[in-house]
Design a protein around this ligand. Structure first.
Ligand code: R5P
Length: 333
């Protein structure tokens, strides 16, 4: 932690006003935890949905001249939550907020990041454009599916890593693991997987995966590396349908893996993913609260689910953004 520069904090307050936190409907618990960390109250607002599904928003108090943060994760119902966030940003802008930051622990459409076949959209770019057009002057998010998505925004942003909360926990449970090996179920995650391997002081193996269609189906193919008789720590950025990691568990078990730990940042857990994953021979599922996991989904996992909160990480980044202090310094970067 670097020492507080009181002068720059004062300057920043004079320029942007006080921190105002606004919670979207998608992650009220996470927003409340962030507010607790920052020792501020969430600002009041009404969101009304008309019978025609149009949303209407009204702030309880003025945002004029203030430094506003809209905390909204892109959870289901995705399009409603996305639209609500955009409307909230625009409302704050129209109320003369001095600065509006979109805090999106999970950014939707991150997987639509390039034209990798003819006649398809780049929806992540569209989402970035919409956030800016709504009036956000900055954004904060976590583990983008592809780092290059940062380039879709013209406003500055902080992209944080779930590893900052997952790593300390993995270090803690490391002594209970026998000869661990970190496995990525997706070659696209190999570079980040290496960071987990470093923390666990463990070797790496990879699963080569090939998408078989434009829908959610996936097929895990070859295992590159050795997992025989070892505990496997399967890592990925997100679990959507659970197909990728379910196949990965099958592959590592076929290759003689002992205990399997599943680690992922974003618990999208669409449709029956929870039920599907919970049926697997996995010792522990370790994830974060970038997306809320409803009680009925948690119930499938029982004691095997560990959800680590990113609230303090996000709270501290909001504080530093507000005070004009380095975020990299939090991680000695
Ligand atoms: C893929 O590119 C990602 O890293 C994840 O592996 C993927 O999003 C998981 O999707 P699903 O759980 O539907 O297989």
């Amino acid at each position: 932690m670097i020492e507080l520069d009181q002068e720059s904090i004062k300057r920043s307050r004079m320029r942007y006003g006080e921190i105002q936190l606004y919670a979207g409907s998608a992650c009220p618990e996470l927003a409340q935890k962030i507010a607790n960390y920052l020792d501020v109250s969430l600002k009041g607002r009404d969101v009304i949905e008309f019978p025609n599904e149009n949303l209407f928003l009204k702030l309880h108090s003025s945002a004029r001249g203030q430094d506003c943060y809209v905390i909204q994760t892109h959870a289901t119902p995705l399009h409603r939550n996305l639209m609500e966030m955009l409307i909230m940003i625009q409302t704050l802008r129209l109320d003369y907020a001095s600065r509006v930051t979109a805090v999106m622990p999970y950014l939707a459409y991150s997987r639509s990041d390039k034209k990798d076949q003819p006649r398809v959209p780049i929806t992540a770019r569209l989402v970035a454009d919409m956030i800016e057009v709504a009036g956000a002057s900055r954004y904060i998010t976590m583990d983008l599916h592809a780092g290059q998505i940062q380039g879709f925004f013209t406003v500055p942003g902080d992209v944080l890593r779930g590893a900052h909360v997952l790593n300390p926990y993995l270090r803690k449970i490391r002594p209970q693991m026998k000869d661990p090996v970190v496995v990525t179920a997706d070659l696209g995650f190999a570079k980040k997987g290496r960071q987990y391997a470093h923390v666990l002081d463990a070797p790496m193996s990879f699963i080569e995966k090939r998408r078989i269609a434009n829908d959610a189906r996936a097929e895990a193919l070859t295992l590159i590396g050795d997992v025989n008789g070892k505990d496997v720590v399967l890592v990925d950025d997100e679990v959507d349908t659970g197909g990728t990691l379910a196949q990965a568990v099958k592959v590592v078990k076929e290759h003689g893996a002992a205990d399997v730990y599943m680690v992922f940042v974003h618990p999208v857990l669409s449709r029956n993913a929870s039920e599907r994953l919970a049926a697997l021979p996995v010792t522990e599922f370790i994830t974060t609260d970038t997306l809320p996991i409803p009680e009925q989904k948690r119930a499938f996992f029982g004691e095997r689910l560990t959800v680590l909160t990113v609230s303090q990480l996000l709270g501290e980044v909001i504080r530093r953004a507000h005070e004009g202090r380095s975020v990299g310094a939090m991680f000695n970067e």
